[in-house]
Design a protein around this ligand. Structure first.
Ligand code: NDP
Length: 309
């Protein structure tokens, strides 16, 4: 069975940054990209907030560059998804796609998170054409336009406030008659003139034409169906971290995010590190994921040194 010093699961900004640092530290990392090569970032088009690209950069190009940079330093980048893990003893036992068995002296988990969507066919149809799950990524395209944000949690409020600074008008579509968000975020929303909260509403359909989103059809709890005219439809109904496989072994928070210790990437199992969105319910940016990937690789390097491996 193959034994590696550092195994990295995940091919997003966190995984590849970890791979760049681990490769340059002579850890000969093996990286497995999962079912979405390049990670969640590749679901957007242009990335305008990654430092170093004043004109923006195509998301796929950015991820290809990170992959190439990692491979250039000797990282072994492969396709495959971890289907089983045993983190009970070191080296850790990882199974890829149900067949390839690998023993890893250190493991970096950078499997990311998936934004939740409502599951409407019309929502799927307009993904990338007005439907987005990331206001920080795509909000800029809606300057002086009208948008809607679905959700009533802290993220929805934060995204609505961010969008309110750019857009002419922001609707918040909230399924109950109360927010789930913290009081301070609610107050900020209520104090913002160009945010209108539509309480007790669920989206029946995202409306659009060949150019993209033009509106949304909503159903209020009292049975009323009505349309709103919008140019962008933002989902903020939570994320699901890809951590289920590790749940029997690692400490997770109540929402399934892997817990790391202090200012480190160390999980509750020594030698297992987590980076990127799988451990970050808060910032969820490519640049913060990349930074935590660097931390994970540095932590893995230190662990191997201290354990004479
Ligand atoms: P939450 O789970 O807190 O909120 C999700 C929201 O989406 C809820 O209002 C929920 O409604 C709504 N929702 C869920 N499913 C649907 C659906 N199918 N249709 C319509 N609405 C739906 O997720 P967040 O991403 O907002 O926050 C995650 C965590 O991160 C929280 O702990 C939050 O506090 C934290 N956070 C903190 C921030 C800060 O401190 N500034 C910023 C961002 C996040 P309902 O309430 O009815 O269930």
């Amino acid at each position: 069975m193959e034994t590696v010093k550092t195994l990295i699961l995940g091919g997003g900004p966190a995984g590849f940054t970890a791979a760049i640092y681990a490769a340059r530290a002579n850890l000969s990392p093996v990286v497995y990209e999962g079912i979405q090569p390049g990670g969640q970032l590749t679901t957007t088009t242009v990335v305008e907030n990654f430092p170093g690209f004043p004109g923006g950069v195509d998301a796929n190009t950015l991820m290809d560059s990170m992959r190439q940079q990692a491979a250039g330093f000797g990282a072994d980048v492969r396709r495959g998804t971890a289907t089983a893990v045993d983190l009970g003893t070191r080296p850790f036992h990882v199974t890829i796609d149900g067949e390839t068995e690998i023993l890893a002296q250190t493991l970096i988990i950078a499997t990311g998170a998936q934004a939740r969507y409502l599951g409407l066919p019309s929502e799927e149809k307009f993904k990338g054409a007005g439907v987005s799950a990331c206001a920080t990524c795509d909000g800029f395209f809606y300057r002086k336009r009208t948008v809607a944000v679905v959700g009533g949690g802290d993220t929805a409020c934060e995204e609505a406030l961010y969008l309110a600074g750019l857009a002419k008008k922001v609707y918040m579509i909230v399924r109950r008659d109360v927010f789930r968000a913290s009081k301070i975020m609610q107050d900020k929303v209520f104090k913002t003139d160009n945010i209108e909260v539509l309480w007790n509403c669920n989206t029946q359909e995202v409306l659009g034409d060949a150019m993209g989103v033009t509106g949304a059809r909503l159903l209020r709890k009292d049975g009323t169906v009505f349309d709103i005219a919008i140019d962008g439809f933002f989902l903020a109904i939570g994320h699901t971290p890809a951590s289920a496989l590790f749940a029997p072994w690692l400490e997770l928070d109540d929402n399934g995010y892997i817990l790391t210790q202090g200012k480190s990437a160390q999980t509750s199992v020594p030698g297992v590190f987590a980076a990127g969105d799988v451990q970050d319910p808060r910032y969820r940016q490519a640049v913060t994921a990349a930074a935590s990937g660097c931390m994970a690789a540095r932590d893995a390097e230190k662990f191997l040194l201290e354990n004479n491996i």
